[in-house]
Design a protein around this ligand. Structure first.
Ligand SMILES: [Zn+2]
Length: 259
């Protein structure tokens, strides 16, 4: 049997056990899900796509918030009633907490993308956890809840580190199944057509809200996905969990870090 606790966001009991939610506020049991094809038992802390045949996708945006582009993106997501997930950089959260507040107010999910965007695979355990904890604390200060998922910069986190992060912070590593390579700046039209052309049920779509062409690509990408019958969910929701913003979160008391 697969261990759901290690596979996805974790049951309420698992989260409560880690001190991430207040006792008595356990998550509703998520629907049972099958192990994704791309997540073997060795990689069960890692998610690249949701194991669903429903035409659901999760748009994810990394590296923000950006003071000008992220609000533009939020405007167009709001106009289309689309929920997304933002893997934010902690030090940007500290600079622009109001934008993070707006994300949450408008139904989006916040994920942890480290404090200063290092290559985590080159860091030791204490440094990795410090990157995550500083970011979770900044998010908590902004919106009074903490991320329940993380994405390593450049996708760079070893299997043993992914297991460590899941064990120490109950956070699955969220990668992606669709990469339009928007950071290479191929142009808005190319970004949009790659996203629409490569989407599959359960896809987790990687983009960056710090590039203007990416934001310009989103209307066509969203409209194209909608016309293909796709609906949009946050990462937690596409993995069968409740909307993270409906939960009461608190930081673990005195997080201790050891190597
Ligand atoms: Zn990044």
């Amino acid at each position: 049997m697969l261990d759901r606790r290690n596979l996805i966001l974790g049951s309420g009991a698992a989260l409560a056990g880690a001190g991430l939610i207040a006792p008595g506020r356990a998550l509703a049991a998520g629907t049972q899900i099958a192990l994704p094809q791309d997540v073997s038992t060795e990689r069960r802390n890692t998610v690249t796509a949701a194991p669903t045949r429903a035409r659901l996708v999760a748009l994810t945006f990394d590296d923000g918030p950006h003071p000008r582009l992220t609000p533009q993106l939020l405007d167009l997501l709001k106009a289309r009633r689309v929920r997304a997930t933002f893997f934010v950089i902690g030090r940007n959260v500290a600079r622009y907490p109001d934008i993070v507040k707006r994300m949450v107010d408008e139904g989006h999910e916040i994920g942890n993308h480290t404090w200063r965007h290092p290559v985590l695979s080159q860091l030791g355990t204490a440094s990795v956890l410090r990157e995550l904890d500083r970011t979770s604390e900044a998010v908590y200060r902004a919106v009074q809840r903490i991320p329940v998922t993380m994405r390593p910069p450049y996708g760079a986190l070893s299997a043993s580190q992914r297991a460590m992060v899941a064990r120490e912070r109950e956070m699955p590593t969220i990668l992606w199944s669709v990469d339009p390579e928007d950071w290479r700046r191929p142009g808005a039209e190319v970004v949009a057509s790659r996203i629409v052309g490569r989407a599959r049920p359960g896809a987790i779509i990687l983009s960056h809200d710090i590039h203007a062409p990416t934001v310009r690509a989103m209307p066509a990408a969203i409209d194209g996905l909608s016309e293909a019958g796709y609906r949009f969910a946050t990462v937690s929701m596409i993995l069968g969990q409740r909307d993270w913003s409906k939960l009461r979160w608190r930081l673990p008391g005195a997080a201790r870090v050891s190597d």
